[in-house]
Design a binder for this molecule. Structure first.
Ligand SMILES: *[C@@H]1O[C@H](CO)[C@@H](O)[C@H](O)[C@H]1NC(C)=O
Ligand SMILES: *[C@@H]1O[C@H](CO)[C@@H](O)[C@H](O)[C@H]1NC(C)=O
Length: 280
C-alpha cells in the first residue's frame, strides 16, 4: 500500500502542477531549501507517514493558507510533524498550487531524509521527525540585500517608517508602503501573536542593520520573514495577482477539478481491485 500511496500522491501532485499553469512564475520560484542529515529506510512505516503528511498538506492548502499536521505511526519513532504557510495575499487555488510545487520540490531535493523544508516565493513547507510546531525560531536562513543606493537619509527614514508601521499592525501577514517603499512580513501560523511580533521585530532589526542603504532587503528567519523594496528594485515584489486573467483562472480551476475527479475515479477503481483481490 505504501508504494500505491506514493504513486497516488505523485500523480495527484503532477496533475495539479500540470493543470494550474496560471500560477505566476514568481510565486512559484524557489528561494531556499534544506534537508536533515538523517535518512530513513525506503518502504519503512516512516516513509508512508511522510507520504500521508505531504498529501495532507497539499489537500489542506486548497482551503486554508496555514495548517499543521502530526502523523503518528504505529510506534513513537515513526511520528512526523509538518506545516505549510502560504503568503497571506495568495488566493486559495494559488496557495494549493504553490504548496503542491513546494512538496514536489522538497521531495526531489531531500530523498529519504527525515526532514526537509522549502521556501518558494509564495509558500513555505517544512516537515521533520523532531517537533518544531509552535516553537519560535529566529535563526537567519536567508539574507539578501540589494545594491546600495548610497547614503540617503530620506530613503532610509521612509524605509524605517514603513517597517515601524508593519511592526504596529497585527496579524501573521503584514503589507504596507509609503511613497516608493514597499514592506511585507509573514509569520508561520503556528506562532502566537507575541511570538510573531518578536520574530518580525528581529527580522526588521536585521534588515535595518544588515541591509543598511540597500534598495531592497529580504530577511528569512526560521519562523518568519520580512522584506522591503524601493520602487521597482525588487522584481519579486511585483508578483501580485492583479495582472492575472480571471477567465484563464476559472478555466484552470475547472480543468483542475476535472483532473481531480479523474484521479479519484482511477484511485477508487484501484482500491476496488486491491480489496476485491484480498476477498478471494
Ligand atoms: C529522527 O530520526 C533519526 C533517524 O531515524 C533519529 O536518529 C532521530 O533520533 C530522530 N529524531 C527524533 C526526535 O525522533
Ligand atoms: C495544529 O493544528 C491543530 C488542528 O488544526 C490545532 O488545534 C493546533 O493549534 C495547531 N498547532 C499549532 C502549533 O499551530
Amino acid at each position: 500500500m505504501g508504494k500505491a500511496m506514493t504513486f497516488f500522491t505523485l500523480s495527484l501532485l503532477f496533475l495539479i502542477s500540470l493543470f494550474y499553469p496560471s500560477l505566476s512564475d514568481t510565486t512559484g520560484s524557489f528561494l531556499f531549501g534544506g534537508c536533515t542529515q538523517q535518512k530513513y529506510s525506503p518502504d519503512s512505516p516512516y516513509q508512508s507517514n511522510i507520504d500521508s503528511l505531504l498529501t495532507s498538506l497539499v489537500n489542506s492548502a486548497t482551503y486554508s493558507s496555514y495548517n499543521n499536521f502530526t502523523i503518528i505511526g504505529s510506534t513513537q519513532s515513526d511520528v512526523v510533524y509538518g506545516l505549510y504557510q502560504c503568503r497571506g495575499d495568495l488566493s486559495m487555488p494559488d496557495c494549493a498550487t504553490c504548496v503542491a510545487r513546494a512538496v514536489t520540490r522538497v521531495g526531489s531535493m531531500c530523498p529519504q531524509t527525515c526532514g526537509g523544508a522549502v521556501q518558494l516565493e509564495g509558500c513555505y513547507v517544512k516537515y521533520d521527525n523532531a517537533t518544531f510546531l509552535g516553537v519560535e525560531d529566529k535563526t537567519v536562513i536567508l539574507k539578501k540585500c540589494g545594491p546600495s543606493v548610497g547614503y540617503n537619509p530620506d530613503a532610509m527614514n521612509s524605509r524605517d517608517a514603513v517597517l515601524a508601521g508593519l511592526s504596529g499592525s497585527g496579524g501573521s501577514f503584514r503589507v504596507g508602503g509609503s511613497g516608493n517603499i514597499q514592506g511585507m512580513a509573514q509569520c508561520t501560523g503556528d506562532l502566537s501573536f507575541a511570538e510573531c511580533q518578536d520574530c518580525i521585530s528581529e527580522a526588521f532589526r536585521r534588515l535595518r542593520s544588515d541591509c543598511g542603504t540597500a534598495d531592497y532587503g529580504d530577511m528569512f528567519l526560521g519562523k518568519c520573514y520580512a522584506r522591503y523594496s524601493t520602487g521597482g528594485a525588487h522584481a519579486d515584489s511585483k508578483a501580485h495577482d492583479k495582472s492575472k486573467n480571471e477567465g484563464e483562472k476559472t478555466f484552470a480551476i475547472i480543468v483542475g477539478l476535472l483532473a481531480g475527479v479523474a484521479v479519484l475515479i482511477i484511485f477508487l477503481a484501484f482500491l476496488r481491485r486491491v480489496c476485491g483481490g484480498q476477498g478471494k
